[in-house]
Design a binder for this molecule. Structure first.
Ligand SMILES: Cc1ncc(COP(=O)(O)O)c(C=O)c1O
Length: 371
């Protein structure tokens, strides 16, 4: 795995992660990694350059084929290619899901969660019902019973907007949990929207269970996936919604009028990664596991903090009731993490360990000084 050797190079290239942070600060916040993507990405771009024409594009057939094949081999999910709706991002996909469901008044979301789990219901004028996740062993989770209790109190149409695997905390939900969630959605007539952007960054011997895999095809379920985290290509806005139920899919498709589309280059790059990027991905998982171990070893010295590295993602969730100023404290010592408040916890921060072991070690040393 080749981690990007010189952070300064990234700052010079208008990177959200690097160029918005002061030069002496190590940015371990927004969720992209300090590494080049698989070689097939550069080959694809070179090929497009050699062609040299950049007009309006069409979705290439190979894109759908690559997703169908990927879901079959890696997630044991056989889908009909027609179920796929290409979209320019998973977050837009969350929003399209609610736009397509004007009858839905209430949205159940896990908390803490990636901030858009709160923003999207709010900008779509729905009532958000946060479901508190608590630490269970190495991850943060909740039970189906807790979700059902909340659903029982809501007497109007509802959606469940879930994050599977979970960011932050890297929870890879069990088959029983996902089955329970799908059944609950069916019993309460709730739309189930599952953000599965982290599905292909599982670091341990666990199987990701797509919600759409266990749901009956006529149940309103929207599974959102992307290759952007998996292959570190977040700059190419490209994702898919998988919607087996024709009625739900038609309503989702109707939201696509006058919306940005996936660009031809994003289609091509995504397709190339899903087809040819897997040996790079094997090396990535090994490197991320090593980095996760560095964070775990570091955390042993701080029993007053809960450090959750979970079974997926490259994000550690650090919670402390002892320190109420973790974000500022770490920033003062030259490390920028993501503050916990937008995720739903004032006392936490999120650390992105998708960087070189040298950068990570230096950052952890600085955290030591801060503590
Ligand atoms: C859970 C989750 N969903 C969605 C996104 C972003 O998705 P996109 O860039 O495709 O909108 C992220 C980015 O970190 C994420 O962690």
């Amino acid at each position: 795995m080749i981690w990007h050797p010189t952070p300064a190079e990234r700052s010079a290239h208008a990177s959200k992660k690097w160029s918005t942070s002061p030069e002496n600060v190590l940015p371990l916040w927004v969720a992209d990694m300090d590494c080049a993507p698989p070689d097939c990405v550069t080959h694809t771009i070179k090929h497009a350059l050699a062609h040299g024409i950049f007009g309006y594009g069409e979705e290439p057939k190979s894109f759908r084929t690559a997703w169908v094949q990927h879901l079959k081999t890696r997630h044991r999910w056989l889908i009909d290619p027609d179920w796929i709706v290409p979209i320019p991002g998973v977050v837009p996909g969350m929003r399209f899901s609610l736009m397509a469901s004007p009858q839905v008044r209430h949205v159940l979301t896990p908390t803490p969660a990636y901030p858009y789990f709160k923003t999207v219901p709010s900008i779509e004028n729905r009532v958000e019902h946060p479901i508190q996740l608590d630490q269970t062993g190495e991850t943060i989770e909740t039970s189906i019973g807790v979700i059902e209790e909340r659903l029982r109190t809501i007497k109007e149409p509802t959606a469940i907007l879930w994050c599977n695997p979970h960011n932050p905390g890297g929870t890879v939900y069990s088959k029983d949990f996902i089955r329970g969630l799908v059944k609950l959605a069916a019993n309460y007539d709730a739309l189930l929207v599952s953000d599965e952007i982290w599905a292909d960054l599982i670091l341990d011997d666990r199987q990701h269970i797509p919600c759409g895999l266990v749901a009956p095809n006529d149940q309103p379920t929207i599974t959102l996936m992307a290759a952007t985290k998996t292959f570190n290509i977040a700059g190419f806005a490209c994702a898919i919604a998988i919607i087996p139920d024709p009625d739900t899919r038609q309503r989702f498709l109707a939201t696509q009028t006058a919306m940005p589309h996936v660009t031809p280059l994003a289609y091509a790059v995504t397709t190339s990664c899903l087809t040819d990027g897997w040996s790079w991905h094997d090396a990535l998982l090994k490197a991320l596991k090593n980095n996760r171990q560095l964070v775990m070893d570091w955390s042993v010295c701080y029993p007053e903090m809960t450090v959750i590295t979970g079974h997926s993602t490259f994000l550690a969730w650090i919670e402390s009731y002892h320190y109420t100023d973790l974000f500022e404290r770490f920033l003062d010592h030259g490390v920028r993490l993501s503050p916990g408040a937008p995720f739903g916890s004032d006392t936490a921060v999120r650390l992105n360990f998708g960087c070189s072991p040298a950068t990570l070690t230096e950052a952890l040393n600085r955290l030591d000084s801060a503590l």
